[in-house]
Each structure stands twice: as C-alpha cells, then as structure tokens.
Design a protein around this ligand. Structure first.
Ligand SMILES: N[C@@H](CCC(=O)N[C@@H](CS)C(=O)NCC(=O)O)C(=O)O
Length: 238
C-alpha cells in the first residue's frame, strides 16, 4: 500500500483524495472508521500529526501524515506530477482547490454547525451557489475549456485542478441531482468536464466501488438530512 486514507464512509471531502489516488494509479486502502475515530480523539501529543478532522492521509513511503484537504491534494499533486510546472498555474490550482473547499463549507453550513433554514437556503441557491458555479465556469473558459474538450487551466492532460473540479461538481450532481441540473445551466463546460473526468476508467471504477459501499450518501449526518429537506421542498414547489 502506498497510502492509507482515513475518512468517513462518505464521498464529500474523501472523494477529492480518492479521485487523485485513483487517477495516479496509487495503491491505497481506506482506514477503518473506528480507527479514524480513535486517532481523531487522541490527545494531540499522541496523534501521528496533531489534527482536528479528516480527511487524514498516511503516506507510507514518506512517513508523512497529513490532514487539511488542500495540503493533502497539494502533496499528492506534487508527488504524482499533477501540478502545472509554471508557478502561476500551480498557484491557480491551489486557488481552485480552496474554492472547492469553500463550497463544501458553505453547502454544509460550516460542517453542520447550523442546519439549513428555508430562507437561507433559498438565498444561497439563488446567489452564492450559482456564483460559485460561474467562478469555475469562467476560470475554465479563460483557459480554453469548451463543452467538448480542454481542461480547467489549459493543461494538455487533466491535472489536480480538473480532478478537484470533478470531485466537487460531479459528486454533488450525482448525489443531489437537482444541483446537477443547476450546474448544467450555470456551468455547462464544467459540468461536461466533470462528466469526462468521472468517466475515466480508473475513476469510474473507484466511484462504482464507493457507491456500492456508501449508497446515496453525500456529506452525511443531520446536515445532509437538512440539505435534502430543502431540495425536496423546492421540488414540490416547482
Ligand atoms: N478544513 C478541513 C475541514 C475538515 C472537516 O471539516 N472534516 C469533516 C468531514 S468533511 C469532519 O469530520 N469534521 C469533524 C470535526 O470537525 O470534528 C479540511 O479542509 O480538511
């Protein structure tokens, strides 16, 4: 095994790491959630690296333990040649990863710190969420992405920016189909790119494996119930 990924049995942040590992052809296993719970609860002085929350990656060859999704992705991106060589596009890659992580924070009300209320969801769904979609779309458009071809930052081959984009938007659309429709309307190029990336054989196989393990779950917990309640109510109103 090259890596062990500790994450809950859910797609959400875990899929970002899984997309990269699958695309890189890395050998990894998924840490048992009970081991994750134990590592998370240890006094910080006893943790392999002091950390708050997963994803938590153990890179066996490097003897490195890492939390914080952008740090994990940057480490994997460097190690597996998935970062553009020019500093500007490398920085833009990290910027897109941080954008994606912000979207995850926002859609889960800061990891379930509060639940969605109708008015707040309606506002988010009418303003910030489509704007986030447009931010990804415009980034891709400026680098030559079309509905049929191209990449987020104009690289010849898909890189970390593309994998993170697809892990964000394809996962959201697959698990919450109403938001998939919103993505196709607001960001058709990003929607198509995300489909292309998710259909790459090694990523499609990973998704199929994970779907069999975790079913329809997206981010889990009460916040997923709250999110789904908002989307179902919207469905009934339209
Ligand atoms: N900033 C962190 C956020 C990590 C995070 O919120 N993890 C969630 C799951 S996606 C969790 O398990 N939170 C539990 C906690 O914060 O105690 C990252 O980007 O990795």
């Amino acid at each position: 095994m090259d890596y062990t990924l500790y994450y809950w049995p859910l797609p959400f942040r875990g899929h970002f790491v899984r997309y990269v590992l699958a695309h890189a052809g890395a050998a990894w296993d998924e840490g048992d959630p009970s081991d994750l719970a134990r590592l998370k609860a240890l006094p910080v002085g006893e943790q392999p690296v002091p950390f708050m929350a997963p994803p938590f990656l153990h890179d066996h060859a490097a003897g490195l333990w890492l939390s914080q999704l952008p740090a994990i992705l940057l480490h994997l991106g460097r190690g597996h040649g998935l970062l553009p060589e020019d500093p500007a596009r490398a920085a833009l890659t990290l910027k897109l990863v941080c954008d994606a992580n912000d979207v995850l924070e926002e859609i889960t009300c800061n990891c379930g710190r509060t639940m969605w209320a109708r008015a707040d969801w309606d506002d988010f769904a009418a303003t910030r969420l489509p704007r986030w979609m447009a931010i990804f779309e415009e980034t891709g458009r400026r680098h030559g992405l079309t509905a049929g071809a191209g990449t987020m930052l104009g690289t010849d081959a898909p890189g970390l920016a593309d994998l993170a984009t697809a892990a964000l938007w394809h996962t959201m659309g697959a698990k919450l189909p109403r938001l998939g429709g919103m993505l196709r309307r607001n960001a058709p190029r990003v929607a198509a790119l995300s489909e292309r990336i998710a259909a790459l054989p090694e990523i499609a196989a990973m998704i199929a494996r994970e779907d069999a393990r975790t079913g329809a779950a997206y981010c889990g917990g009460q916040i997923e119930r709250s999110l789904r309640a908002m989307l179902e109510e919207t469905e009934h109103r339209t």
